[in-house]
Design a protein around this ligand. Structure first.
Ligand code: PLP
Length: 284
């Protein structure tokens, strides 16, 4: 595949970075994943805005505007033949030849981008949609989960915990037994037709799929949505549980901690929500 490194496109095999890069040594960087279906991007502007906010939060100075990012992202899609692609963008604090904790002065950030295959866009059809089995664990990551840091060891360890138990995601709960999110997705419950998801704070990533979904649902108005604390007890008694992420869109969970969710089948509220999401997502 063709990748972008710092200022040019090249075959992935030719892309080389220093082992002294702070992205490698410290996980000192910000990343983004933007989905693209048949060359149509979903949420390009909010994805870039989130990345720029992340860079600002950690003090990486990069003078790229949205147009520059668009040029790189669109070229990457074209050079990799279109199709269903996730566009991975990564900016690390760069490399000053040392391994010292202090932010180096006057060091150019390392910029890396590549495209990878993602599943075709989700079709709102209960008979063909991929379902998820999840278990749960205490959220033992850090207290800055709103930053999309490349340092993902906490997330990776949580994902692996579910994976080794035969699950394909892990729901995370804080020390008060309140739902935060999942290891690589935002989380929702549905009870008596009401969709509820934890509010944005330092415990969760402000997902772009979440942003788009909530905006579409608010504009449509037919489903009630609440952003508030969700307890373990509520998750255990939910009629439906969903996950969202850029590669999953709205994904139904049919098993939680070994017990079926609702009647163990994909729910009707999911069907409405994913139908609306599919119809509206390219407007963002
Ligand atoms: N939460 C975490 C921890 C994630 O890693 C991700 C993305 O992969 C999400 C939520 C969903 O974010 P988005 O919808 O922007 O992909």
């Amino acid at each position: 595949s063709i990748v972008f490194l710092n200022d040019s496109f090249m075959p992935m095999e030719q892309a080389k970075i220093s082992p002294m890069d702070r992205g490698f040594l410290f996980g000192d960087g910000i990343y983004e994943v933007i989905p693209s279906y048949d060359t149509k991007l979903v949420g390009f502007a909010p994805h870039i805005a989130r990345m720029q906010e992340g860079l600002e939060l950690i003090g990486i100075k990069l003078d790229w505007n949205v147009d520059k990012w668009r040029e790189v992202v669109e070229s990457l899609i074209e050079k990799n033949g279109g199709g269903n692609l996730g566009i991975y963008l990564h900016v690390s604090r760069g490399n000053d030849g040392k391994r010292s904790h202090a932010y180096p002065e006057n060091v150019a950030p390392t910029i890396y981008a590549f495209a990878f295959d993602i599943p075709a866009a989700t079709v709102a059809d209960k008979t063909i949609t991929k379902t998820y089995k999840v278990n749960s664990t205490e959220d033992l990551r850090w207290k800055r989960c709103h930053i999309k840091s490349t340092a993902l060891l906490g997330n990776v360890m949580h994902f692996q915990q579910g994976f080794t138990d035969g699950c394909n995601e892990t729901l995370l709960f804080n020390a008060n037994n309140e739902l935060t999110e999942a290891s690589s997705s935002n989380a929702y419950i549905v009870k008596d037709g009401v969709i509820t998801t934890p509010p944005l704070d330092n415990q969760i990533l402000p997902g772009i799929t979440r942003l788009i979904l909530l905006d579409i649902l608010a504009k449509d108005g037919s489903l009630k949505v609440e952003e508030r604390v969700v307890t373990m007890d509520e998750v255990e008694n939910a009629d439906e549980i969903w996950l969202t992420s850029s590669s999953k869109e709205v994904a139904p969970v049919i098993e939680f901690n070994g017990k079926q969710v609702g009647n163990g089948e994909i729910g009707n509220v999911w069907l409405t929500a994913q139908t609306l999401y599919s119809a509206g997502k390219y407007n963002y």
